[in-house]
Ligand binder design. Structure first.
Ligand code: BV8
Length: 247
């Protein structure tokens, strides 16, 4: 089926869908200038070891190094702007409240800034902070009381502040993951945008949606690890395909 025709049929499916979902990954924010993880040359994981930088053990082994790496990524997120893909989803949600659920693996806040303020963040918020360990004092120390530093730390009990993200080996926030599973179970369509489908349990949502009877469409310039679960794959970028489907 020609690209234009495939786009037109998917556009009709979305227009007819009472409820549908987006599952987004790093590719969603690539055109906003935020590096993806696995892209061969520019991907973060081609330059850094994920287990050293995005794991509790890595943080405990070298807190300053991990904190500084996140500080760099936080600055990048603050300097970035939602792209045409984010804006198309935000505008859609304003026009059709309650029909779209955005589920994201991204720790940036670009979906929220574009208007999808209720987006389900499976892997946390890189601009958020929390204590590394449960504070042993009562009442517990508040992260805002932490002494500045790399990372900030509690002057009373030495507790370290960590970014409020889900590191490898850590469970996803249960309430958020449950809501994401319920959303894909009720979806007529799932758009999988800009993810390699390499990270679990997020990637499992694609097969779950398919089993539940949703039409699964993948938007990605390259092949991904979840293409087999798809009813159609549209080769292109988030900032070009989403406006073409929704505006
Ligand atoms: C790597 C993988 C093999 N490992 C895992 O999945 C592990 C282990 C695991 C668990 N189950 C498994 C089953 C099988 C195999 C392995 C596992 N999973 C975990 O550790 C998870 C936690 C996983 C979350 C890790 N945190 C992240 N992020 C936050 C931190 C941070 O960001 O620093 S994951 C991080 O990487 C992932 C990157 O993937 P993508 O977003 O897909 O990005 P990628 O670069 O790979 O791909 C980009 C795509 O975009 C495309 N693209 C590029 N440009 C564009 C463009 N312009 N437009 C559209 N598309 C584009 C490209 O073609 C490409 O396809 C994102 O999820 C991102 O959040 N936790 C857990 O299992 O806990 C257990 C548990 C349970 C109970 C109790 C205790 C423990």
């Amino acid at each position: 089926m020609a690209h234009a025709e495939a786009l037109a049929t998917l556009r009709e499916r979305l227009a007819a869908a009472p409820r549908w979902c987006v599952l987004s990954g790093a590719g969603m924010s690539a055109e906003s200038g935020i590096a993806t993880f696995r892209d061969a040359m520019s991907g973060l994981w081609s330059r850094f070891d994920p287990m050293q930088l995005a794991s509790e053990a890595g943080f405990r082994a070298d807190p300053a190094r991990v904190w500084d790496w996140y500080a760099e990524r936080r600055a990048g997120v603050r300097a970035a702007q939602p792209n045409a893909g984010h804006r198309a989803l935000g505008a859609y949600a304003q026009r059709h409240p309650g029909r779209l659920t955005v589920i994201t693996q991204n720790v940036d806040d670009l979906h929220q800034r574009a208007g999808n303020t209720d987006a389900l963040r499976l892997h946390g918020d890189v601009l958020g902070e929390r204590w590394l360990d449960r504070c042993r004092r009562d009442p517990g120390c508040h992260p805002d009381w932490a002494l500045a530093g790399s990372p900030p730390h509690c002057e009373r009990c030495g507790n370290l502040v960590r970014p409020d993200v889900v590191w490898f080996g850590e469970p996803l926030p249960l309430a958020v993951f449950d809501a994401a599973q319920r959303a894909v179970d009720a979806a007529a369509v799932l758009l999988v945008v800009g993810t390699s489908g390499a990270v679990w349990p997020a990637a499992g949502l694609v097969a779950r949606a398919h089993r539940a009877g949703a039409w699964v469409a993948i938007l990605n310039p390259e092949a991904s690890e979840v293409d087999d679960e798809a009813d159609q794959c549209l080769r292109g970028t988030a900032a070009t395909l989403l406006p073409a489907l929704l505006d």
